[in-house]
Design a protein around this ligand. Sequence first.
Ligand SMILES: Cc1ncc(COP(=O)(O)O)c(C=O)c1O
Length: 395
Amino acid sequence: MLDALELLPDDPILGLAALCRTDDNPKKVDLTVGIYMDENGVCPVFDAIRQAQTTLVAKEVSKAYLSPAGVAGFNPGMQKLVLGENSAALADGRVSSIQAPGGCGALRIGAEIIQAASPGAKVWVSDPTWPVHIPLLGSVGLQFSTYRYYDAQTHGVNFDAMVEDLKAAGPNDIVLLHGCCHNPCGADLSQEQWSIIGDMAEAQGFMPFIDIAYQGLGDGLDEDAAGLRQLAERLPEMIIAASCSKNMGLYRERTGCTMFLCRDKKNADALLSQAKVAARRVYSMPPAHGALLASAVLADDDLTANWQAELRGMCDRINGLRSDLVEKLQTATGRDFEFIRAEKGMFSFLGLSGEQVQTLRDDYSVYMLGSSRINVAGVNARNIDYLADSIAKVL
Ligand SMILES: Cc1ncc(COP(=O)(O)O)c(C=O)c1O
């Protein structure tokens, strides 16, 4: 039976990162996987997380199972972080949430709930979107349509086309939106545009499903959640998948959260019960370590301040790198790269052809995705000149 299964190729993003690791060119530049890297090319452990971990290791007395809902304290902390301290939806008690294994697990639990509520429902995804969205949501049986989103000519959101396409989204449809720092293009909706999407959701009855994996890495924790919060205040139903991978550096600890905004508390409780059953049938309960650390940081004022200051530093560094990259690329190539400055978060499409990307990889050991998506956080003072010069050469 098993011998009928064939060897599959590596995941395109992880496979490229692995290829880069084997490249012995000392000048190689890794702009592939979406992890934050500091000036030394290291994906750091936040100081607040390290402190919480020291305390946890000293005090932990048991590794007994968690409940399928996760660590007590984690869910309320995440709800406030994402929806805001003053959220009316939270005050009304119409929100419930479940800890999940990373943002991926959170998306999967959201998909399980949608499938339970409306089997085979249609999910509208942006063109382009993070490539994992389709297999992750599709494996439970959901169907897809795309809405136009990124305009390669203007290097920005083609909002008119997005609205045009979403006019066809009906009351049983789901619209998947990137909460901030769009992956892969870095082009985000303005607050006015979020408001128009809210008008459409109200008028047409579709439900937003918001993937927020980069809160705090675009403009700031509150700013990055502002669009999502607008919708949460006015729409009766919404699902949010949040991740602590990037903004708390908990990547390998698999720490995320699915939130359900419902019409009332009764329905929010029902959805939590459904999510717990969904978790039980997929993985039973989420891993504890990351959520224990995240909840310890979110529950302590000093640790929260320490974490937020470090996150602010990362956000400022990314935005500084964007400006530096614009200057260096414009000087090296004589072309306009101003769009990189306006984008948010870790990603940008450079607008190179597949052939140019391949030449950068083969001849210069500069690694980016075939679409020319780069992880801006992989740029640093040591590689920026080499990167800009290499790009100029392939252009
Ligand atoms: C858009 C988007 N959503 C969700 C995730 C999930 O992240 P994780 O499962 O590592 O928390 C990622 C990770 O790269 C992402 O880019």
